[in-house]
Design a protein around this ligand. Structure first.
Ligand code: CA
Length: 231
């Protein structure tokens, strides 16, 4: 048994042949598969079945893949759900948009089922290797020491406020993931915080001023939030 066994994967795809093929191959790998035909049903299953990963077709009835992905990212419960987008070659510009809206990877049709399985495994591996309880987080010359509550850049201490520290910690723990303003607000300020998402923008700006390497490393994702570039 591999570590992949038992993981739930949802495929949202309106073409039956592709849906069946993907199901067949992922099933063989020991994944538990559920499927939806429309974007709206896909989103419902995301909420009711709590999959570990979603394979999402771009062109779908009712609600397209980009909108589904955007809604997955905007909901704090599913904000970090891994998404692989299926696209046709002609959709290249949509692919870029898709990744900006928070897909973790994409694969272009026509694709071999084996290639998709490889991508699924790679994405799970990538996400599992993230250190979760490490007392130290590292990003280029930046080190965050969680036990000492201290941030240094190339050995020089950088004084941060508690909220700046919390925000930076959340970004460092999820490199490469799109984090919406709401998700960041809830993670750092708490659900009962009475404020606006503008607060997040202000603090991101301050972080960038205090730590210049973050100016390029933290990218703003159109209409959604922020992402710390993966190294
Ligand atoms: Ca389609």
């Amino acid at each position: 048994m591999t570590s992949s066994a038992g993981k739930k994967i949802l495929i949202v795809e309106d073409e039956k042949d592709i849906r069946d093929l993907v199901k067949l191959y992922l099933d063989k790998e020991g994944y538990r598969i559920s499927a939806a035909v429309t974007g709206l049903d896909g989103l419902k299953l995301v909420k009711s079945e709590h999959p570990d990963l979603v394979i999402l077709d771009l062109m779908l009835a009712e609600m397209d893949g980009l909108e589904v992905c955007k809604r997955i990212r905007a909901d704090p419960d599913t904000a970090l759900l891994p998404v692989i987008m299926l696209t046709a070659k002609a959709d290249e510009s949509d692919v870029v948009v898709g990744l900006e809206l928070g897909a973790d990877d994409y694969i272009t049709k026509p694709f071999s089922p084996k290639a998709l399985v490889a991508r699924v495994k790679a994405l799970f591996r990538r996400l599992e290797r993230k250190p979760d309880d490490s007392p130290r987080l590292q990003y280029e010359a930046l080190t965050m020491d969680l036990s000492r509550h201290e941030v240094t850049v190339a050995g020089q201490a950088v004084p941060l406020t508690a909220k700046e520290f919390g925000l930076l910690e959340h970004l460092l723990r999820h490199p490469g993931r799109v984090l919406t303003r709401d998700v960041l607000l809830n993670a750092v300020w708490g659900y009962d915080y009475y404020g606006t998402t503008r607060t997040v923008d202000v603090h991101i700006r301050r972080l960038k001023q205090k730590i210049p390497l973050l100016d390029e490393a933290i990218v703003s994702v159109k209409s959604l939030g922020y992402k710390l570039k993966e190294l």
